[in-house]
Design a protein around this ligand. Structure first.
Ligand code: S3P
Ligand code: PEP
Length: 408
């Protein structure tokens, strides 16, 4: 479904309730499968979390997680320890191009029985669940933190816990810390010192406990962008957010100050974004800790005519699409100038935006959502707009509710 966003102006004051964090939800859903006494509130209604829920419930021997990267990685670890169970874990065409070797090798090192069904190093994989007896393993930490989180999530159920040694520069660190914080919330002890993470074996925390998922900060990024592009004085209130988030993307609060957007927390349950002033200074930012907001920030800069240098983007090439190439292609269609390397993006200042450009989304929810705020300046077409359901199914309805004019 292609949609057209007419040139729009949003309400001076508006509010949006955003669904739970996909990252927190997918971790907690797995932990709930291991510790059934846990109850969850505000679980994400995203496709990726629905697929995770289904995969954890099914007794089929074929599990297809479509485009869901965290589900693919977390379930690889989960099924490895389901004794006596045999599962083939597969996904979309793109998922079959997203590497999983670092995780598979670490699990095999611990004793897991995993084999590749098509191409070495990539899904689909066949897993024969068994008891893992070893408890020490080293793995490369600069490709994806999801491999590390996957191992940590099952660690407390291993006989002797787990000691992970992380090799090389550690990427997306806040996601690893999120995993450890959630383990701590359910009573699993761990430590993260230097490049070594240890998790204690835990069998006795079967106390009933309810955990509330905070809303998704990556989804909030699109409203930071909308606020930055809107008139001074515009306010958007987002729920349910807290100042002390487990999600690294909450760094948006600091990043968007550059664009004159303030973020004030109200009673630890919502945050109000307000466009306070304009600032056209160039932006330089390393996003290795928050890769999912790179597209949002690049588009905000382009629309405002602000040059930017974004670095630390080495993981973007193996996400839903090669996000560096996708950003360059689409910003250039709109009239911008972008240079990319394998890990950085440079955007030059520009002062015009081509009208009614059709934005290709490459099966990537974040391409669709990041480019939507363009409509505050000029009409734009978003191709395959339903891709947003991967993380934020009601995105287009929510934009309409604050004043965006959207037609099919
Ligand atoms: O653990 C997680 O929930 C995630 C980790 C990040 O991936 P990488 O560690 O591969 O950068 C992020 O991009 C992804 O959207 C979610
Ligand atoms: C990279 C993402 O997700 P995943 O890796 O879980 O597919 C994302 O949501 O931006």
């Amino acid at each position: 479904m292609h949609i057209t966003l007419q040139k729009s102006k949003i309400d001076k004051q508006s509010s949006i309730q955003i669904t739970g964090s996909k990252s927190e939800s997918n971790r907690l859903l797995l932990l709930k499968a291991l510790y059934p006494e846990i109850s969850l509130n505000n679980v994400s209604n995203s496709d990726d979390s629905n697929l995770m829920t289904k995969a954890l419930r099914t007794d089929s021997d074929l599990v297809d997680i479509n485009h869901a990267g965290t589900a693919m990685r977390f379930l690889t670890a989960y099924f490895s320890v389901q004794e006596g169970r045999e599962v083939t874990l597969t996904g979309s065409k793109r998922m079959k191009e997203r590497p999983i070797e670092v995780l598979v090798e670490a699990l095999q090192e611990l004793g897991a029985d995993i084999s590749y069904v098509e191409n070495e190093g990539f899904p689909p994989i066949k897993i024969k669940g068994k008891k893992l007896t070893k408890h020490k393993v080293s793995l490369k930490a600069n490709v994806s933190s999801q491999y590390i989180s996957a191992l940590l999530l099952i660690a407390s159920k291993l006989e002797n816990g787990l000691e992970l040694t992380l090799e090389g520069e550690i990427t997306s660190v806040p996601y690893i810390k999120m995993t450890l914080s959630l383990l701590d919330e359910i009573g699993v002890e761990s430590s993260f010192k230097g490049n070594v993470i240890t998790v204690k074996s835990t069998t006795n925390n079967e106390q009933p406990q309810t955990l509330t998922v905070e809303s998704d900060w990556s989804s909030a990024s699109y409203y930071f962008s909308i606020a930055a592009i809107s008139e001074i004085g515009t306010e958007i209130t987002l729920s349910s957010y807290k100042a002390n988030s487990l999600q690294g993307d909450s760094v948006l609060v600091d990043v968007y100050r550059h664009f004159g957007v303030s973020a004030i927390f109200n009673d630890n349950s919502s945050v109000t974004l307000k466009k306070e002033f304009s600032n056209l200074e160039p932006l330089a930012l390393n996003l290795k800790n928050a890769p999912d907001i790179a597209q949002t920030i690049a588009v905000t800069c382009f629309v405002l005519g602000i040059p930017c240098d974004l670095t630390g983007l080495h993981t973007l090439k193996i996400k839903e699409t090669d996000r560096l190439v996708a950003l360059k292609n689409e910003i250039e269609k709109l009239g911008g100038h972008v240079k990319i390397t394998d890990k950085s993006l440079h955007l030059s200042a520009s002062n015009r935006i081509n009208e009614l450009v059709s934005i290709e989304t490459y099966h990537d929810h974040r391409m669709a959502m990041a480019f939507a705020p363009i409509a505050l300046k000029t009409a734009v077409v978003i191709e395959d707009a339903d891709v947003v359901s991967k993380s934020y199914p009601s995105f287009w309805d929510d934009l309409k509710s604050i004043g965006f004019k959207i037609t099919k």
